[in-house]
Every structure is written in C-alpha cells, then in structure tokens.
Design a protein around this ligand. Sequence first.
Ligand SMILES: Cc1cc2nc3c(=O)[nH]c(=O)nc-3n(C[C@H](O)[C@H](O)[C@H](O)COP(=O)(O)OP(=O)(O)OC[C@H]3O[C@@H](n4cnc5c(N)ncnc54)[C@H](O)[C@@H]3O)c2cc1C
Length: 470
Amino acid sequence: MVVGEFSTEIDVLVIGAGPGGYVAAIRAAQLGKKVLIVDKAELGGVCLNRGCIPSKALISAAHRYEEMQHSDDMGFTAEGVKVDFQKVQSWKQGIVKKLTGGVGSLLKGNGVEIINGEALFVSPSEVRIYQGNEFNRYKFNHCIIATGSRPVELKAFPFGGRILSSTEALQLDEIPKSLVVIGGGYIGIELGQTFAKFGTKVTVIEGADQILPQFESEIVRWVQRKLKKDGVKVHTKAKALSATQTDSNVTVKFEVDGEEKEVTADYLLVTVGRVPNTDELGLDEIGLQKDERGYIKVDNQCRTNIENVYAIGDIVAGPALAHKASYEGKVAAEVIAGHASAVDYKCIPAIVFCDPEIASVGLSETEAKEKGYSVTTGKFNYAANGRALSLNANEGFVKLVADKDSGVVLGGQIVGPGAPDLIAEIGLSIEMGATLEDIALTIHAHPTLGEMVMEAAENALGQGVHTLTK
Ligand SMILES: Cc1cc2nc3c(=O)[nH]c(=O)nc-3n(C[C@H](O)[C@H](O)[C@H](O)COP(=O)(O)OP(=O)(O)OC[C@H]3O[C@@H](n4cnc5c(N)ncnc54)[C@H](O)[C@@H]3O)c2cc1C
C-alpha cells in the first residue's frame, strides 16, 4: 500500500455523487467554491443507476406493453404482441447512460473536480480517498456527506442467488414466470406491478394491514383494485418466515391470520426498507453523531455536530427521496457559501409510480385534523374530466385539503394517471400560501387533467360546475 504523504487542500469536498451530492457540488461551484466530488461507483448514485430512473423506464415499458395488448375498448385488437425483454433492458440502460453522462458533463462544466474513489475520514477535516489499495489525503474546509443508502438485508432472506434486492430485480435479463415480493412499500409495489404487467405471477407479502401504508386507504383502494386486475396476489398482515432456494426456484414460507402458507416462485424480491451508508466512513472515529439507526444528526442547515461537516439525503432523517436529497444539497451548499438558507419540509411530494399513479403533498385530511385545523376538503373525479376520458383514464380523484376559516391550502392527494405531475401545482400553492379561491380563479386550459385541481378547489368552495354536491 502506498501511503499518501501529502495532503491536498480543498475548499468543499462532496462525498457521494447521487442526487444529493451532485446537486450540492454544482450549487457550491455556482456560488464560487472550489469543489471536489468523490464517488466510489457511478455518477448519479442510486437514483440514476439503480433507483428512480431505471424503475420508471421499466414501468413505462410495462404500461406500453399493457396498452398494446388491452386497448380493445378503443377499437384496437392487437395479436401476437411480443416483448424482447433484453431490448427493453438495453433501452433502459441507454437512458441511464445518457443521464449519468449528463451529470458528468454538468459537474465538469461547473468546474467541479471528479474523483472515482472511496472516502474515509481520518480527522474532522481530512479524508483519505482510496482508489484500489492506494489512497491520497485531502484536507477540506467544508465537507458535505451524501453517501446514500442501500437495501435492508433480512437475516432470514440474505441477498444472493434467487433472493434479490431492487438492484438485481431491475437488471433481470428475462421476465420471471413468478415472483414473490416481501414488502408492500412503494419500491415493492412499483416493481411487483411492473413485472405483473409483463406477465409474471406476483405475490406480495406485507406486514401492515394495507400496502403503501403511508397513504390513506381511500387512495390505496384504487391501487389494490388494479393490482387484482393485473393478477397480483396481495397478502396483508402477513409475516414472511423463511425461504429455501434451489437452482431453479425459491420457496417462501409466511404466516397470515395464524395460518402458515408457502409459495414457490422463480425469484424472491425483498424490499423492506433502506439503511443509511454511514457505517464504513470512519464517522465514529471522528466523533460525528448518529442516531441509533445510523442516520447522521443534523440541524436545519444540514450541519452535523462537527461545524464544517454537513450531511444530506438518505443518510439523514426524513423520507428517502431523490428530490429531498437534492433540496438539502442546495441548502448545504448555500450555507457553506454564507447564505442564510435552512430546510423547510412543509412540502415534500411523495409519489408512487404504481397503476394508477398516486401522489401526495403537504397534509392529508387526517394529519390536518390531528394538527388542530378546522378542515375543509374538495374532490374531483377523473370520471368527470373530459381530458381523462379522452385518455381512457377515468379512474381516480384529486383531493384538496384546506383550512376552513382562511381557505389556505394545506395539502393535496391525487390518485390517477398523471398524478406525479399534477401534484406540483398543489405543492406550489402550499409554498405560496395560496387559498382555494386562488386556485379556483386561475384559468386552467381545457381540456386538461390540470382542470381537476381547479375543480377540486371549486368543489371545496361549494361552487363546483361539473360536480353536483360538495
Ligand atoms: C428501486 C428504487 C426506486 C426509487 N425511486 C424513486 C423515485 O421514483 N423518486 C424518488 O424521489 N426517489 C426514488 N428512490 C430513492 C432515491 O434513489 C434516493 O432517495 C436517492 O438516490 C438518495 O440520494 P442520495 O444522494 O442521498 O444518495 P444515493 O443516490 O444513494 O448516492 C450515494 C452515492 O454515494 C456513494 N458513496 C457511498 N459511500 C461512499 C464513500 N465512502 N466514498 C465515496 N462514495 C460513496 C455511492 O456510490 C452513491 O453513488 C428510489 C430508490 C430505489 C432503490
């Protein structure tokens, strides 16, 4: 091993080039800082390489396949529709390559230095960056840790062979005939339903009393119905017990209502959560504080207990989402540049790209009531929207939650096609302190799905034109 004798001095060191790290690096560079970013793997992190982007590409391919086969009500009869899954996979990889290449160009274009290597803290102001067995030392003025997370591995279901994490599930080169999914959170449901659309027989085992437990049951009901149509068998309040693998399949034992059951499938996908990558960075040695689950403790400026060290993204508390990581990245970079930035989590959208898609931002009706608001709500159904019908997308609704006295919008939930994009208007309304009236008075183009947000506001105000009752 060659020991780096000299330490290079740098201003801002960013560890990890996922949506947290690369955005932080670019923002810091825009603010005039000299930035070095290091990643031990590919630029773009989990989101671009093993998360958001590849999963959404497969989801959209699965939708295309489903539509090709099942558009009879619009007058199409398609026969012999075939899927070349390896081609689907290479199309997906092409998107990943384009985007990760784009991240590299953006970093370079902003003058950020990029190193492919693994960082390890040796002091509160110095890291070693390993490239193989060799390392170099870097002293920094500021550091932003953005090392992300990895799938939780359960003792009874160790990854390997036919037991997959989301990473391997996204890279299968053939469509499995059958698949068991442990964990009905958003990753498990998105991937499970995607394979079901490609023809896989899917069984989901979820411990809670509904899948997607963080969403209200009036929303999840729509997804459950569609999962059933897609042939997905969902077991809730179920406990996965064990798995036995052979060369060709895996058998999973689980318990529901005190009864033991088993299911055999080509693969088992375990999606029961993520753990922060904070255990192999030398953080304990430098006295950086974490909580009992390994998340780094930060203040509202993303600063850790070590003055010049910041942490963002999946390694700090809050939802493990790419847009939250990027948002914190911008805040950390601005704080380092001397701005009075701070995080405000009032409005982090949560999306599930299941079918129908679901999206939520701000407070749900239940949460608003729990917070003591006197609440009013307005709803509008896809079935009454002309654009939705012309898209053959008549299932779902838009719901607005507002303070009854002031009309100020507190939250919104959408279930139905386009929900992930439609929710942005409600997020902006919350950020701007808009009222139901503001939304109702905004002219929305016709015919669009966006009109449903306006009509939900009108509905809450008792002025609905295309709905009869509030
Ligand atoms: C299947 C799946 C689907 C998802 N879909 C969505 C979605 O639709 N929308 C959404 O918002 N979120 C989604 N996510 C979550 C999203 O990917 C994460 O929230 C996001 O990637 C977190 O960003 P990050 O910057 O904190 O970390 P990451 O993206 O995890 O990046 C961390 C980077 O740090 C590097 N690193 C780690 N340790 C070191 C070290 N010691 N030295 C150098 N480099 C290191 C890693 O190689 C990695 O590149 C999905 C996740 C999965 C798994």
